[in-house]
Design a protein around this ligand. Sequence first.
Ligand SMILES: [Zn+2]
Length: 286
Amino acid sequence: MLNNIGEWKVIVLETGDFRLDGGAMMGSVPKVLWEKTNPSDELNRIDLSLRCLLLDNGTKRVLIETGMGNKFNDKFKTMFAIQQSSNPLSDTLSEYGYLFESITDVILTHLHFDHSGGALNSDDIGTLVPAFPNAQYHVSESNWELGIAPNPRDRASYLNENYLPLKDAGLLNLIAENSEILPGISSYIVNGHTTGQQLIKVESEDEVLVFCSDLIPLRSHLKLPWIMGYDLNALLSLQEKTKFLQEAADGDWWLFFYHDPKTVAVKIEKGEKYYNVVKEVFRQNG
Ligand SMILES: [Zn+2]
C-alpha cells in the first residue's frame, strides 16, 4: 500500500470513471496491441478513472485534481459514459472525514474538463462559486493563459465555466514553471499534451511521488511510443516522457496515475526494451 510519502499522509480519492475513444488514447499504436491491456466497449471506448490525490501533513490538506465535477448535462454524461455519484468529491472526501472547507490547497495539473470539473460548484441560485472556499487554487501560469484563450485544436477540452470564476474569487495562485508550490511540493512542467501541464512532485524524507497526470495517463503509457492522439505535440511528449521515465527509475519515484482504471501507482526500473514495473499498488475501492 501507499500510505505515506514522508510526512504526508496519502489518501487516494476514487471520484469516478468515464470512457474515451481507445484509438485517441493510444495514438499510433494499433488496436490489436492495446486491446489486450485496455479492452474497448461497442463504441470503441476504454475505461479511465478520475483518481484525485489528497495529501495531509497535519497542517496542510492538499488536493491534486478535482475530477469531472457534476455540472454537465445528460448528453455529455452519455457521450463519456461518466459513472460517479451525484456529488463525487464531497462523497469521497467525507469517506475519509474531510469537508470541502478543510482543504487548504487545490492543485490543478491543467484545466482540461476531466481534471478541473470539480473546482467550482453551483450555489442555490446557479452562480458558480469555488467548491473549496478556504483553499488557494494553484494553476500553472502558461496553462491558465491557454485555458482562458484556447487554440482550436483543444478548445473542446477547455470549458471556461470550470475555472474562470476562480480569478474573481481571489483564490487563484499562478505558478511559474518548475517552481515550489508548497514546501516539498513542486511543479514539473511538460508541454507535449497541452501547454503548461504541471506534473506534481512530492518529496519528503527521501521519498518521492509524482502525480503523472496526462503525461502518463494509463499504465500502458509507460511504454515510450504509446502517446495519446489528443496530445498537441506527440514528438515533444515522447521527448518529455523519455527524460521523465529515466529520472523516475533513477530516483525510485512512485508514479501516481490519475486515469488508470486498475493501477494507482507504480515504481519502475529500466528493462531491455521498456521500463519494467517493480512495485505496483492496485485500486482498492470506488
Ligand atoms: Zn485527462
